[in-house]
Design a protein around this ligand. Structure first.
Ligand code: HEM
Length: 454
């Protein structure tokens, strides 16, 4: 166990507030390759960060029943997301997950791929050579249109700005509570609470009609997620209550686009910095144009029945490598022991909190050689098999593993390929790159880039 030393009384509070990414990563680097777990003290809170893959496996998978999502994270997120999948535990979580899972079955992914390709083509129709775009904003809109259409059979193009801003504001409100370390009572009329209330009501006004249309059977696709949720019956014959359906809808809307849009933004940034990787991507796209034969048979391509996806092995590798360097979920939600227990070689009391950081794990030299280098070849089938399954965790693992994992990888790959066929994206000379680690990992101020037609 490596104890991270901080100032008396406040511990690492200042370092954490100024630059939490560097604070956690540097602490893990300092601890060295033999350390299995770090102990932090920030303000009055002590928590632990496992960095040995076997401990991560223990917490997320093999003994996951001993851990709940931490109370502090739930208190901060539930006012925004209610009791959706992301913010629930135990039997309630298992029941909801069972009902939602079929919408993410591999059989459904082929249909989603068609939506992704159509929306990407439509989105760049009016893009022109030399134009400047905030790519973070563009990717946010595009991924939101796609999740709305694919999962809810809804077209939100006319209200995307409003929904996007409301979701951003909810995230900001939760971030402010997290930075403070505790939420103020929600009935207090603080600016933060007022903003959250306003955003929740905007979302309610926009999402409720979509749910109602489904309830009244006005939507044709009986297989979309909402139709499934509305018709699902549990073993005892009970249905989801309207509140439960609403909470899952908000959760999937929020979790289903912001993360993928950040991943894509980082992909474009990295490609602009590594011309030889960009050239390899273009070469793959050229080959694909000339050949109709599948070139990949392994990995995710076996699961996703979309021919284009299967023919883009290098593009898939770019996405995986981007998720390594800039994992949008840079820190998983805290896990809290629900009983006294041993974890690895250490004994802990009930209530002890553990944080697992994909960002930290993905940048440790004991797991990745030259960890700061962008090198998609790490994910060729031969090389990928040598990566420790619990050192590369952009989607988490175990019962709470990201439900949209395949959806997101399919979407990022297809969008990258569809756009890169027509444009190269150059980083705007005035765009600073300063990763912003809040609930998700974005770039401060978005990502201004210049379109270059190909
Ligand atoms: C690149 C994109 C994405 C990344 C990096 C990502 C990452 C993650 C991670 C790390 C978790 C686990 C959190 C934890 O254990 O504390 C998670 C959970 C979740 N994700 Fe994703 N996600 C992505 C895309 C999506 C998409 C596209 C959807 C839905 C359409 C989605 C829906 C969810 C939901 C509902 C959960 C909660 C699952 C549960 O607890 O049962 N995510 N995601």
């Amino acid at each position: 166990m490596y104890i991270v030393r901080g100032k008396p009384i406040v511990g690492g509070l200042r370092e954490y507030r100024t630059d939490s990414l560097s604070y956690f990563l540097n602490s893990a680097l300092e601890a060295g390759p033999d350390a299995d777990m770090l102990r932090f003290r920030i303000g009055f809170t002590t928590f632990y960060m496992p960095i040995a893959p076997h401990l991560i496996r223990e917490i997320l998978v093999s003994r996951a029943n001993l851990f709940d999502k931490s109370k502090i994270d739930l208190r901060v997120l539930q006012p925004s997301l209610g009791n959706g999948l992301l913010t629930s535990n135990g039997n309630y979580h298992r029941r909801q997950r069972r009902l939602i899972q079929p919408a993410f079955h591999p059989d459904r992914l082929g249909a989603y791929a068609a939506v992704m390709k159509d929306f990407a083509a439509d989105h760049i129709q009016d893009w022109r050579d030399g134009q400047e775009k905030n790519i973070a904003h563009e990717m946010m809109r595009l991924t939101m249109f796609i999740v709305a259409r694919a999962l809810f059979h809804a077209d939100v193009r006319s209200v995307a700005e409003e929904i996007g801003t409301a979701i951003q504001d909810l995230q900001e409100a939760a971030d402010i509570d997290l930075q403070r370390g505790f939420p103020l009572p929600h009935w207090l009329p603080t600016p933060n609470n007022r903003r959250r209330k306003r955003s929740r009501s905007i979302l309610r006004n926009r999402l409720t009609p979509i749910i109602e249309q489904h309830r009244q059977g006005e939507q044709s696709d009986a297989h979309d997620l909402l139709s499934m949720l509305l018709s699902a019956r549990d073993d005892d014959g009970s249905r989801l209550t309207p509140g439960e359906v609403y909470d899952q809808t908000v959760t999937l809307f929020a979790a289903g686009h912001e993360t993928t849009s950040n991943a894509l933004t980082w992909c474009w940034y990295l490609l602009s910095q590594y011309p030889h990787v960009e050239a390899q991507l273009h070469a793959e796209l050229e080959r694909r144009r000339m050949s109709t034969e599948s070139t990949t048979t392994g990995g995710l391509s076996r699961i996703v029945s979309d021919a284009d996806f299967a023919r883009l092995p290098f593009t898939q590798q770019i996405v995986k490598e981007t998720l390594r360097l800039y994992p949008p979920a840079w820190m998983l939600m805290g896990r809290e022991l629900n009983t006294d227990a041993r974890v690895g070689d250490y004994q802990f009391k009930r209530g002890t909190v553990f944080f697992i950081s994909p960002y930290v794990m993905h940048r440790l030299p004991q797991f990745f050689e030259n960890p700061t280098e962008f090198n998609p070849d790490r994910f060729t089938p031969e090389n990928e098999s040598g990566i420790n399954r619990f050192a590369y965790i952009p989607f988490g693992a175990g019962p709470h593993v990201c439900i949209g994992n395949y959806f997101a990888q399919l979407e990022a790959t297809l969008l990258l390929a569809s756009i890169a066929r027509h444009f190269r994206l150059e980083l705007h000379p005035d765009q600073a790159v300063r990763p912003r680690a809040r609930i998700t990992l974005s770039n401060e101020g978005g990502m201004r880039m210049i379109l270059r037609a190909r």
